[in-house]
Design a protein around this ligand. Structure first.
Ligand SMILES: Nc1ncnc2c1ncn2[C@@H]1O[C@H](COP(=O)(O)OP(=O)(O)OP(=O)(O)O)[C@@H](O)[C@H]1O
Ligand SMILES: [Mg+2]
Length: 267
């Protein structure tokens, strides 16, 4: 589904958190990375698109106002939250199967069972199928959340920092899988990410958020620039293209109060 966000604003109480956000390039088959510092509004934006928060402005899905979908919106749009809420006394298999039961039916079909097995296999967590959620590590829980999102086979998938608890290998594998599944299923995927180099490698498009507004949008090489690092993150850094033409960001130091705090840190 083509996703367009038009002039979206949102307040938490008196506090204006989204300030007229417009996004018009989230296409089916593409992964969009939503980046920006803490409190920039990434999660709020994803929640508004998912209909969990009601903002002002418009969210259009294939040209139709998301508000008019009512309860059906959940069939098309899945939001994977930043926090892992999976703690019920369920096995991994049961939890993923439950996530699939969103169409209002309580009956379980062979299709449903196969879809659960397939997603556990794709994510290489088949061995966890009969384990209880409350006995899993943080990263394993995060993998289950990702399985729950994928098994619903949404048209629009919104993932809020899905790799924050994963080890290096899993981060790469999950994002590679997301890129592949997005293309295969012609899904519209938006992933909020803090790791700019991971985003550069796996996202087709970027939306850079700063203080509740879109600072820039475009391809990695267009938005990942030293100027953006300075203006949005307040850091001094370099951006080099690797052999494949993928931008590599190195943060060299914080620019707090105009001072450069020297530090060789990768972000
Ligand atoms: N439930 C809430 N009630 C009041 N204010 C909130 C609430 N949730 C978020 N905020 C505020 O809204 C602003 C944007 O928060 P949001 O969670 O969207 O940021 P974010 O870009 O996702 O940040 P992070 O990278 O830390 O996850 C912040 O100033 C935050 O304090
Ligand atoms: Mg967030």
């Amino acid at each position: 589904m083509k996703l367009i966000v038009e002039d979206l604003s949102f307040n938490y109480g008196p506090k204006l958190v989204l300030k007229g956000v417009t996004m018009d390039r989230a296409e089916p088959g593409m992964v969009t990375a939503a980046i920006g510092p803490n409190a920039a509004g990434k999660s709020t934006l994803l929640k508004c698109i998912a209909g969990l928060l009601r903002g002002r402005g418009r969210v259009l899905l294939d040209g139709r106002d998301a508000k008019t979908f009512g309860k059906d919106l959940i069939r098309y749009v899945t939001y994977l939250p930043q926090e892992n809420p999976v703690n019920a006394v369920l096995t991994v298999f049961e939890a993923v199967l439950l996530a699939r039961q969103h169409a209002g039916s309580w009956q379980v079909s062979d299709d449903d069972l196969n879809a659960v097995s397939e997603v556990l296999h794709d994510l290489e967590i088949d061995d966890l199928a009969l384990r209880y959620l409350n006995e899993l590590s943080g990263g394993q829980k995060q993998m289950v959340s990702i399985a729950q999102a994928l098994v619903r086979n949404p048209r629009v998938l919104l993932m809020d920092e899905p790799t924050s608890s994963l080890d290096l290998q899993r981060q790469l594998e999950v994002l590679e899988l997301m890129q592949r599944v997005t293309a295969e299923r012609n899904m519209t995927t938006i992933i909020a990410l803090h790791d700019l180099n991971l985003a550069a490698r796996y996202a087709d498009h970027f939306v850079v958020m700063r203080e509740g507004a879109v600072y820039a949008a475009g391809a990695g090489h267009e938005v990942l620039t030293p100027e953006m690092l300075r203006d949005v993150y307040g850091v001094h850094g370099t951006v080099l293209l690797d052999q494949g033409g993928v931008p590599q960001v190195t943060a060299l130091g914080s620019l707090k109060r105009g001072r450069l705090v020297p530090q060789e840190t990768m972000i």
